[in-house]
Design a protein. Structure first.
Length: 229
């Protein structure tokens, strides 16, 4: 399958650079370039790409609000947003993740890592766990320490699904979750997929955020399974 991408950045040289790097891959094509957030939303509606690479700081409409509008549009359910930033951890990144972004990339990313990131996000996996630094996860968690928000949302999950989601929020890959819970990686992936469906999250990134918001996951701790069966 060919992965279709829209690149949104107000700097021509940045858009051109990303287009050149992206199209080095045989399975990725750039279907549009946006100079501001409003154009990014419009191009997403016209082309319905698999991934939008979204700069945060843009005129007319910033990348955070553009991300929020794309995620809120039911006709764009399959469109994933990856925010572009010059800093690996800042308030804008956290705002973008809460707006519904599936992850973020530094603007100095090299071509192989860019290709890998686009493929991961297009596959619906998200890039927060385990593809980005533990520091991002910890800082995200710290923002939700005052108390859980709507923990009853987790009532739809089985005990095993809770264990899997908790470990995913700690940054474990499917293989690592499988080893920790004595199951196959495919089973771990299935539990993640079922949890996302039950909780209405678009991808793994949003699932991780919800785990912290509901108090299922906590910063600075390593979980042990609550439900061995």
């Amino acid at each position: 399958m060919t992965i279709r991408v829209v690149v949104a950045d107000d700097q021509t040289v940045v858009r051109t650079g990303f287009r050149v790097m992206l199209e080095l891959a045989d399975d990725i094509v750039v279907v549009g370039e946006a100079v501001d957030g409003a154009s990014a939303v419009e191009l997403a509606r016209v082309h319905r790409p698999d991934v939008v690479l979204m700069d945060i700081r843009m005129p007319v409409l910033d990348g955070i609000e553009a991300t929020r509008r794309i995620v809120a549009d039911p006709h764009l359910d399959g469109v994933r947003v990856v925010v572009l930033t010059t800093f690996d951890v800042d308030d804008y990144v956290h705002e973008a993740l809460h707006a519904g972004a599936s992850g973020f990339l530094l603007k100095d990313v090299d071509a192989p890592d860019l290709h890998a990131a686009v493929r991961v996000v297009a596959d619906g996996q998200g890039m927060l766990a385990p593809s980005v630094t533990r520091r991002v996860i910890d800082q995200l968690a710290q923002r939700h320490q005052p108390g859980p928000i709507r923990p009853e949302r987790l009532d739809v999950l089985t005990g095993r699904e809770r264990d899997v989601v908790r470990l995913a929020a700690e940054g474990l890959s499917n293989d690592e979750i499988a080893a920790a819970l004595t199951m196959s990686p495919l089973t771990a992936k299935t539990h993640i997929s079922r949890a996302m469906t039950k909780l209405g999250t678009r991808d793994r990134t949003q699932l991780v955020i919800l785990a912290f918001e509901t108090g299922l996951a906590h910063v600075g701790t390593r979980s042990t399974p609550d439900h061995p069966d």
